[in-house]
Design a protein around this ligand. Sequence first.
Ligand SMILES: Cc1ncc(COP(=O)(O)O)c(C=O)c1O
Length: 403
Amino acid sequence: MAAPNRRTACAIGGAPGIVQVESDDGLDLRVGQPAPALLPTDLVARHQAVALDRYGPAALAYGANAGPTPAREALAAWTAGAEDGHWTARDVFVTAGASHALALLCEELGTPDARVLVQRASYSVALDLLRRHQLRPLPVGTDDCVPTAAEFTAAARAARRAGERIAFAYLQPTFHNPTGRTWTTAQRRAVVEACADLGVTIVEDDPYRELHFGDPPPPSLTALGSLGPVIGVRTLSKVLAPGLRVGCLVGGAALRARLERAPLFASGGGMAHIGALAAASLLTSPEFPAHLQHLRVEYRERRDALLGALTPAAGAEARWERPGGGFFVWLRLSGGVLADTVEKLSARYGAHVLHGGPFRARLGDGGQAVRVSYSMHSAPTLATAGQTLARAITEASGRNRNR
Ligand SMILES: Cc1ncc(COP(=O)(O)O)c(C=O)c1O
């Protein structure tokens, strides 16, 4: 997650005003962005040059509204291959990342005051985006990450009985931001079937799937459902570079055709033209799987360093699950230990973490939690940050006991 106006120890070079998050000296575990050291500048430079060489001025003209065909083909082949899906370029619409795709879907599927079914904890910026489009997030179920099919059905029916319209369900079943957790195949199937029965469109956001540290995750909801009723939001931000601003919607030919005619694209053409052409070359080169493998090794090391250092703080009052991929660990606090206290103490000792509050679709819902991102720093730095956070947790628990 991007944290505007916050400075972090991510050591991104360059002059001020170039990047969203600039460097600082603290140990910052708030931001869920790729590590600067893992951004593949050489790879992107080479493939951008290939695109310019191959397409000449066409690489710099207004791009095809749905994105250039080679990019749609490459994105379709990559996503279908990684997810067990069966779609092709005709089902794919290129966007300027996942955030742009979500904004388009809010416009396309939303109506003022309509409900969007969401996990009880959800990507905070997506929640803000929904609200900005006058959509109202409706958290489903009792678990932070995994709602059951029965809970979906009950929530959707109750909303409709109250006269509310459901625009869609926004779900992240894989290496969830913020909890880091992943749904099983059975949980996925059950929710896809329940939503199909209810006539609720699923929007599945899946940015971290390829960053798995063991076996690949189960098939996506988009692969398990049928396109249209399930729409995939995909991005290259976490697996290549957010600055490329390339992502896509996998939603079937009808959605693609509808968006293609929209005035935004009729006026501006494809929103990520040169980036998408570079991505088309990169995604189809043998360098891409090698790069992914490198990222998996690096992020796994970072996760292990953080969790290793946190272990002394584990107990009844602070629990977490070991994420099998992605960028995040979700510390669940109980016994009166407050996220506020952990956040403040940890910051006082030099490591910054994020209070779980903004990830709650309903304010105050679901207990105290803290999100910790291990993506930005090297393993040794994370080990230090983890010790600092462990100290804060231990102290927060002790304080509580002594009150
Ligand atoms: C779940 C989720 N969706 C979307 C995004 C943003 O993706 P993009 O950079 O493609 O807009 C993020 C980034 O933090 C994320 O965690």
